[in-house]
Ligand binder design. Structure first.
Ligand code: NOJ
Length: 791
C-alpha cells in the first residue's frame, strides 16, 4: 500500500480519490536497502565500506553542505584522514554556471524542440564533458519539473516540454550523456514545482511565517504527468534527485515521505540520493525520516540560510528519533554514485578560477576583490580552464535543428539572393550590459542583446556569443549584400526608422526573458514587440520574425500579410546568431517542432495561470485540471490554438504512405504488470514493449528534409473519466530526399498503454481498442489504425 501524508486532505483537492484520502498511513522502511543492479550493488558495497570508516561527526558532515569548504554551488567537505576530497555540485541544466571559458548550451526547451533523442544525448555528452573538465562531481540538472503546467512559469525553459513523454525521453538521454563522462546528474525539482511565485516560505514584515505554495495534485495526474519524466530519470540511472521548494499536497517536498519514500525510493526504485533544493529543508528528523539524504547548501557561514541538519540532526540521532541505520543509509546513498562513476579514481579537482567567478557572480568585480580577502582567498584573477572543446559545433547544430518554422508564406525561406537586408530588434545585437544573467526574480533580461538563455541558477555566463546581427552581417558580406539595422526598440516602436532604401527583406528579432524566482507576467513578447513587428511590417512587405522565448508567446500580428515568415528559436545558447543564419539561408532545414502549444490569445481559457495571491487557506494551487494541460486541454475543449503542439514547417513536405501496421508483440499480456521485484524506473515490466507500430513516410516535396512523425494514442472507451483525447507516445526524426520513403518503428511499452489506477495503485492497460494515430503534429493526424491489447 502506498503512503499518504496525514496532512493530505481530500477536501482541498477534489481530484484526489476519496478512497485514497481515507487510506491508512503506512510508511515502508528504507533501512537495510540494497541496490538491485550489479554495478550499483558494487558501488554501494564500496560506499558502505566508506561509511564503516566514518566517525559519527564525519557522517553528520557528509549529509549536509558546507560552503566554507569549497566554492561550488554546493560542497560536501573533504575528509582528509580518508583521502576523500569532498564533492562539488554545480548548476545547472544548460551549461556550467558561475564559470569562465564554458559554453552556453541550448536550453532544455530548445533541445526538446529538435524532437531528436540523439541530439538530446549529444548535448548531454558535451555538457557532461564541460562539468568533468571543470572538476565538478555533480551537475544540478536536468529539469523534469516544472513540467510546464502553466506557460507563465518562469523556469519552463530549463526543462523540456509540458508533455511528459517528450520530457521523459529528454531526461533519459541527457542523463545518459552526462553520466557517461563520470559526472553525476541531479534530476530536479521533485515534485510539483510548477510556479515560482511563493515557491518557498516567506516571512512577513510583522514576523509571520507564510508557508510555500502547496501544489495539490491528484494521484493520477501525479503519475501520468509530473512523476512520469522522473521515472525515466531513475531508469536512466540518475545519481541524485533534488526535492523542490514547494509543498506537495500540503507537506514540504523535502519531508514528504509519500513522494520521497513511497513513490521515489520504493515505487520507482531510486537507489541514489535525494538532495534538497537550496534552503528547501524545513526540519531535521521529519526530513531525514521522510527520505531526504543531503541538505544543501547546509552551512553557509551566514545566518541567512537556515540549516536544519546542524544542529538538529545530531540531536535527533542522540535522542533516537533518527536511527544510525538511517544516517548510514543517507551517507551510503550519497557515496554510491561517487563510486559508481569512479569519482574516487582520478576525478579532477575543481578549477580554481571558480572561486573568483563565484565571488564575481555574487558581488560584482570590485566587490569580489574586496570580499576575497575577507573569505580568506586572496584575489588572484587567475585564468580559467578552457573546457569548451569543439562543443560550439553541436550547439550551433542543435540551435538550428530546434528552430520551429511557424509560417513561410510564398516560401520566402530559405532566403534567395537579396542585396538589401534590414535587421531590427533589441535582441539582434550583441550585449550592451554584460555577459551574465544570474539575477533572480527579475523577469527582464539584457536591455540590448541576444536572448539565448534565461536567468538565475540555470543561466550560464557567456564566454563568447554569436549575436544574430553579427552573424547576419557576416553572411550578407559573403553575398555582397548590405545590412541596415536598428536595435533600439523604442525607436522602432516610435516609427523612427531612417532606412534608405527600404530593404528587400526585414528580419525582426523579438524576445522574452525568463528567470528563476519569478513567473512571466505576460505572454506577449517584451520591449514594445507588437509595435516593433507592426511598424516593420508596414514598411517592409517581406518581414521575417524570429522569436527567442522561454516557451509559448501569443503572436497578435500572426495574420499580418507582410509578416511572411515566423520562426520560434527558443533559447539556443551561445551560437544563437550562427544557428539562425543556418536556418534563414537554408544550410539547415528548420526541422524543429513545437514542444508546447502556442495559444491564439492571451485570454485563452486553456492557459493555466499561476497563483499570484494567497487564498483563505494560504498559498494553494490545486491542479483541478487533472491531465488536461497544454494540448490535452485544447483537444478536450476542442479549442483552436494559434499553433498546436508538435507543429512545425520545413522546406519540404511529407506524407504517410500505406497502412499503419500495429501489432501486439507481447505474449498474452495482462492488464497489470507482473509482480516482479522493483528496479530503477519501477516495475521492470512497465518498460516492456507490448505493441509495435510501423509507418512509412514519403517526402512529397522538392527538397531534402527531416520529417518528425509523431504517434498519438487514443485510449479505449473503457478507460476512466479524465483520460485525455489522445497522448503523445512516440516520435522519430528521419531525413529523406525528395520522392524517397523511409520506415519508422514505434515501440509502445506497458506504461505507454496504461493509465494509473488510483484504487489499485497500479498501472492498468484498459480493455478494448486503442486508436493509434500517426501524423506530423497533434492536430495533423494522417493515418490511424486500431489495436486491442486486452479484449
Ligand atoms: C535553487 C534552484 O531551484 C536549483 O535549481 C538550484 O540547483 C539551486 N538553487 C542551487 O543553485
Amino acid at each position: 500500500m502506498r503512503v499518504l501524508n496525514l496532512s493530505t486532505t481530500a477536501a482541498l483537492y477534489g481530484v484526489l480519490s476519496a478512497t485514497l484520502a481515507g487510506s491508512q498511513i503506512v510508511v515502508p522502511t528504507i533501512q537495510g536497502f540494497q541496490p538491485t543492479i550489479d554495478d550499483w550493488k558494487a558501488a554501494r558495497a564500496k560506499a558502505d565500506a566508506f561509511v564503516g570508516k566514518l566517525t559519527l561527526d564525519e557522517k553528520l558532515a557528509m549529509v549536509r553542505g558546507n560552503a566554507s569548504a569549497g566554492f561550488c554551488s554546493g560542497t560536501i567537505a573533504a575528509i582528509e584522514r580518508l583521502d576523500f576530497p569532498g564533492v562539488c555540485m554545480e548548476d545547472g541544466p544548460n551549461g556550467v554556471n558561475y564559470n569562465d571559458k564554458v559554453n552556453v548550451f541550448p536550453s532544455g526547451v530548445t533541445v526538446a524542440a529538435t524532437w531528436d533523442t540523439e541530439f538530446m544525448y549529444q548535448r548531454g555528452l558535451a555538457l557532461g564533458a564541460e562539468f568533468r573538465d571543470k572538476g565538478i562531481n555533480v551537475m544540478l540538472g536536468p529539469v523534469g519539473g516544472p513540467l510546464g503546467r502553466s506557460p507563465y512559469d518562469g523556469r519552463t525553459w530549463e526543462g523540456f516540454s509540458p508533455d511528459p513523454y517528450l520530457t521523459g525521453l529528454a531526461m533519459q538521454a541527457t542523463i545518459q550523456g552526462v553520466q557517461e563522462n563520470g559526472v553525476q546528474t541531479t534530476a530536479k525539482h521533485f515534485i510539483g514545482n510548477e510556479q515560482e511565485t511563493q515557491r518557498s516560505n516567506t516571512t512577513l514584515s510583522n514576523g509571520t511565517q507564510v508557508a510555500a505554495i502547496s501544489s495539490n495534485i491528484g494521484d493520477r495526474a501525479l503519475h501520468e504527468l509530473y512523476l512520469w519524466p522522473f521515472a525515466n530519470a531513475v531508469k536512466a540511472g540518475t545519481s541524485a534527485v533534488m526535492c523542490s521548494y514547494n509543498r506537495l499536497n500540503e507537506t514540504y517536498a523535502c519531508e514528504n515521505s509519500d513522494a520521497l519514500i513511497s513513490i521515489l525510493k520504493t515505487e520507482l526504485g531510486f537507489e541514489g540520493y535525494v538532495v534538497s533544493d537550496w534552503g528547501a529543508t524545513h526540519s531535521a528528523a521529519p526530513s531525514a525520516n521522510g527520505g531526504l539524504d543531503l541538505e544543501m547548501p547546509g552551512y553557509t557561514g551566514t545566518t541567512e540560510v537556515s540549516t536544519w541538519f546542524i544542529p538538529y540532526l545530531p540531536q535527533a540521532i542522540a535522542d533516537g528519533s533518527v536511527s544510525i541505520d538511517r544516517l548510514d543509509d543517507m551517507v551510503g546513498r550519497i557515496m554510491t554514485p561517487y563510486y559508481l562513476l569512479n569519482q574516487d579514481a582520478g576525478h579532477l579537482t575543481p578549477d580554481e578560477s571558480m572561486i573568483y567567478m563565484l565571488l564575481v557572480a555574487t558581488n560584482g568585480l570590485p566587490g569580489a576583490e574586496q570580499l576575497s580577502s575577507l573569505v580568506g582567498v586572496p584575489w588572484q584573477n587567475i585564468a580559467a580552464r578552457d573546457v569548451r572543446g569543439i562543443h560550439g559545433a553541436i550547439i550551433r547544430e542543435i540551435g538550428a535543428e530546434a528552430t520551429v518554422l511557424l509560417k513561410n508564406e510564398g516560401s520566402i525561406l530559405p532566403l534567395g539572393s537579396y542585396n538589401e537586408i534590414g535587421v531590427f530588434g533589441s535582441s539582434a545585437a550583441d550585449f550592451v550590459d554584460g555577459l551574465a544573467y544570474w539575477d533572480m526574480g527579475i523577469d527582464y533580461g539584457p536591455q540590448i542583446g541576444p536572448i539565448a538563455v534565461g536567468g538565475g541558477s540555470g543561466s550560464v555566463r557567456f564566454t563568447t556569443v554569436s549575436a544574430p546581427l553579427d552573424a547576419i552581417k557576416a553572411q550578407a558580406s559573403t553575398k555582397g549584400a548590405r545590412v541596415q539595422y536598428l536595435t533600439n526598440n523604442t525607436a522602432i516602436a516610435a516609427n523612427d526608422i531612417t532606412f534608405y532604401p527600404v530593404p528587400e527583406i526585414c528580419i525582426v528579432f523579438i524576445s522574452q526573458f525568463a528567470t528563476e524566482a519569478s513567473d512571466r507576467d505576460s505572454l506577449l513578447a517584451s520591449d514594445n514587440s507588437t509595435a516593433v513587428v507592426e511598424n516593420v511590417a508596414s514598411l517592409c512587405n517581406n518581414t521575417i520574425v524570429v522569436i527567442n522565448a522561454p516557451g509559448p508567446l501569443v503572436l497578435p500580428w500572426v495574420e499580418n500579410p507582410n509578416v511572411k515568415a515566423i520562426l520560434a528559436a527558443h533559447f539556443p545558447g551561445d551560437q544563437i546568431g550562427n544557428s539562425i543564419v543556418d536556418v534563414l539561408w537554408g544550410n539547415t532545414e528548420p526541422s524543429g517542432r513545437l514542444p508546447y502549444t502556442i495559444p491564439a490569445k492571451t485570454s485563452d481559457p486553456d492557459i493555466i495561470p499561476v497563483v499570484r495571491e494567497p487564498g483563505p487557506d494560504g498559498w494553494q494551487s490545486t491542479f483541478t485540471e487533472g491531465l488536461f494541460i497544454d494540448y490535452r486541454a485544447y483537444d478536450a475543449n476542442r479549442s483552436e490554438p494559434a499553433y498546436e503542439f508538435g507543429f512545425g514547417l520545413g522546406y519540404t513536405t511529407f506524407n504517410i504512405t500505406g497502412e499503419l501496421a500495429a501489432r501486439t508483440t507481447a505474449f498474452n499480456p495482462t492488464a497489470t504488470p507482473a509482480n516482479s521485484a522493483i528496479a530503477p524506473g519501477g516495475n521492470p515490466s512497465l518498460w516492456d514493449e507490448i505493441v509495435s507500430v510501423k509507418a512509412t513516410i514519403l517526402n512529397v516535396g522538392k527538397a531534402t528534409g527531416k520529417a518528425v512523425p509523431q504517434l498519438y494514442l487514443e485510449f479505449p472507451e473503457s478507460s476512466p473519466e479524465g483520460t485525455p483525447v489522445r497522448v503523445l507516445r512516440g516520435f522519430a526524426k528521419l531525413q529523406l530526399d525528395p520522392g524517397k520513403e523511409g520506415d519508422v518503428q514505434f515501440s509502445l511499452m506497458r506504461r505507454d498503454l496504461s493509465y494509473w489506477d488510483i484504487h489499485e495503485q497500479q498501472w492498468v492497460i484498459p480493455t478494448g481498442a486503442f486508436t493509434v494515430n500517426v501524423g506530423f503534429s497533434s492536430r495533423d493526424l494522417r493515418a490511424s489504425t486500431q489495436v486491442t491489447v486486452l479484449k
